[in-house]
Write a protein that binds this ligand. Structure first.
Ligand code: ADP
Ligand code: MG
Length: 626
């Protein structure tokens, strides 16, 4: 024995990380109604350990020994009341044991814990989503022992814990590489000593594992990797169980697709769309992507290179016959075959979504609610598939309810004959979008307007310039064709009437607006702001500024409604101070109507009060009743 091993021969006591302790407690409590899943978790770990070894042995076959008989063995000891799950996989050394079984290293653990409510049903779902893993052993055991020896090492490690807060680690002997996990079952868990019960659970959750799982010397699962089996042999339940194994998800997936492809690209893919978004969906640094196998050998767990980032919610695997076995993340990035695989898999996912949208619209609506904002990134990122993606978009509109349910095709089909473009309006909330003054003229005319509220929408509309030959046009942009859409009474005459007022108004608001002009889009409100032609949209400008980007300031155009009493009042106003107050009010109202922030609120309030109460705040004759 080495000196290091001797020191550790006496069990060393360690404390669990605080989060681990908290999670353990909560888990035992809230997972109890589903306690049998502990076996799925431990078998899943055993299978992962065997796959890891198979992969490592490709590089150093001599040191790691024979990998042809990888297996999981279950042993019941009724007298000792123990259940042991053993594998001959990669095993762990002391450091591995302390890191893997003493901490929950996953990012977001703390945040996850704050989401737990104490409501058992909700919490068990959340915990399931988070992944219960190794610790689920404590749902049924009051003491867990792990005896493990890392492949290539001589020394073994013995880990013991009662799951209460501490664990011990000591050096030990073990004849073969691999891991043995022994559960000392709680008093009322005798059911897990019954071979028939164990067999039932294994069939239910672990049938698809590509290794033999044996009990009393008999193999009790299919022992063939699920994706290698013919589709005709597989039931929905098989696919669902397999999903839960690879995605660590508690719920069944929304939909999946299994393909075996031969030809100049040869692969099997099994792609799943989850029902629920993972907690790190918006975390750009989080691991994502498919599992990669090459000729049945597990290579990478989350290979982000095989799908574009806007499909990061897709789980599953691809088993390629064309990539080399020594493929790494670095190699994948520049590899032509990997590139081809990526575009083939992207098409498969889009096919799957098309199919869902067409045949199960309600489920697609759920999908859209969960992942729609992510899929929209594809409009920006994936030009070759943009037209297909546009067909998958769903919007709220002036004619729809709260839900984003309108397709661009629906919209186009409903367009009146004289309408040529697709109109949209974006705001920070649906209510703000729906009530915006910009929509007044369109509403009067009977033109539907798409209402956009996701932040990504600003980029979507900047990149998606048309659909089905129709341009997408913002109602808030000053584009000429928006003007043409709306009937104006007698614009020339009106312009004449306001020939003096408009330049005066512009002067009163000098430095804050680019120009002032009469609006043809307002029917009820006195004023609104529009972006200058070719200018960045006002909302995008604001978003970029918030993100700390330097944006060249482009001043908006102030449009006023000639028929509004306030504007008539402006036209007839000869008092310079009153004119300035009215101008202030028209600009301020336009800003507020879009949900914007006044740059000088007290100035606005002063002007408002001066107009309401008369100058000097005395009330009296000069007051304006609004
Ligand atoms: P996960 O499987 O999601 O990583 P677990 O809690 O199930 O999380 O397991 C934690 C870690 O412990 C694993 O990632 C692995 O490194 C290690 N581990 C667990 N069981 C085994 C085993 N049978 N053989 C080798 N390593 C294991
Ligand atoms: Mg696990």
């Amino acid at each position: 024995m080495s000196a290091e091993a001797e020191v550790n021969a006496v069990p060393q006591t360690h404390s669990f990380q605080a989060e681990t302790r908290q999670l353990l407690k909560l888990m035992i409590h809230s997972m109890y109604s589903n306690k049998e899943i502990f076996l799925r978790e431990l078998i899943s770990n055993a299978s992962d350990a065997c796959e890891k070894l198979r992969f490592l042995a490709l590089q150093s076959p001599e040191t790691l020994g024979d990998v042809s008989d990888l297996k999981v063995t279950l042993v019941v000891d009724k007298d000792a009341r123990t259940l042991t799950i053993a594998d001959n996989g990669v095993g762990m050394n002391e450091q591995d044991v302390r890191e893997n079984l003493g901490t929950i290293a996953r990012s977001g653990t703390r945040q996850f814990l704050t989401q737990l409510s104490g409501d058992q049903k909700k919490d068990s779902q959340l915990i399931g989503q988070f992944g219960v893993g190794f610790y689920s052993a404590f749902i049924v055991a009051d003491k867990v022992e792990v005896l493990t020896r890392k492949a290539g090492d001589e020394a073994a490690v013995h880990w013991v814990s009662d799951g209460e807060g501490e664990f011990t680690v000591a050096a030990a002997d073990k004849a073969e590489r691999g891991t043995e996990i022994t559960l000392h079952l709680r008093d009322d868990e005798a059911e897990f000593l019954e071979p028939s019960r164990i067999e039932h659970i294994v069939r239910r959750y672990s049938d698809h594992i590509g290794l033999p799982i044996s009990l009393d010397g008999n193999t009790i699962n299919q022992a063939r990797a699920l994706w290698t089996r013919p589709k005709s042999e597989l039931k929905d339940e098989d696919y669902q169980q397999f999903y839960q194994h690879i995605a660590h998800d508690w719920e069944a997936p929304a939909v999946w697709a299994h393909h075996k492809v031969e030809g100049n690209l040869e692969y099997t893919s099994l792609l799943y769309i989850p029902k629920r978004a993972p907690m790190d969906l918006w975390d750009r640094d989080q691991a994502r992507g498919l599992q990669l196998y090459v000729k049945r050998v597990f290579i990478l767990d989350r290979a982000a290179e095989l799908l574009p980032s806007y499909l990061r919610f897709v789980r599953g695997l691809v088993d390629s016959a064309d990539l080399p076995l020594n493929v790494s993340r670095e190699i994948l990035q520049g590899n032509r075959t990997a590139g081809k695989l990526k575009s083939a898999l992207t098409k498969r996912v889009l096919d799957l979504l098309d199919d869902l949208a067409k045949n199960r619209p309600d489920d697609y609506a759920e999908f859209w609610k969960t992942f729609g904002a992510v899929l929209k990134e594809g409009i920006v990122e994936d030009a070759p598939n943009q037209a297909r993606l546009a067909g998958l978009l769903r919007f709220a509109s002036t004619t729809s309810g709260e839900r984003q349910s309108v397709t661009l095709a629906d919209y186009v089909a409903r367009m009146p004959a004289e309408q040529t473009s697709i109109y949209f309006h974006s705001a920070d909330s649906l209510a703000a979008a729906r009530n915006s003054p910009h929509l007044e003229g369109f509403r009067k005319k009977g033109f539907e307007v798409l209402l956009l509220t996701d932040r990504i929408d600003e980029w979507v509309t900047a990149h998606l310039s048309e659909f089905d030959g129709r341009k997408l046009v913002s109602v808030a942009a000053a584009a000429a064709d928006v003007e043409g859409v709306i009937e104006t009474a007698d614009k020339a005459k009106l312009d004449g009437d306001f020939a003096e007022t408009l330049p005066k108004l512009q002067q009163a608001l000098d430095g804050r607006i680019a120009s002032a002009r009469l609006s043809s889009r307002l029917t009820e409100s006195p004023s609104c702001l529009v972006a200058a032609e070719h200018g960045v949209s006002r909302r995008l400008e604001e978003m970029l500024r918030q993100a700390g980007e330097s944006v060249p300031t482009s001043l908006p155009i102030l449009e006023i409604n000639a028929e509004h009493p306030l504007v008539e009042r402006l036209k007839g106003c000869n008092d310079e101070a009153d004119f300035a107050d009215l101008a202030e009010l028209l600009l301020g109202q336009a800003v507020l109507a879009e949900g914007g922030q006044l740059s000088d609120p007290s100035r606005f309030v002063k002007s408002l009060n001066a107009l309401l109460l008369g100058r000097g705040g005395q009330g009296g004759g000069a007051g304006l009743i609004l």
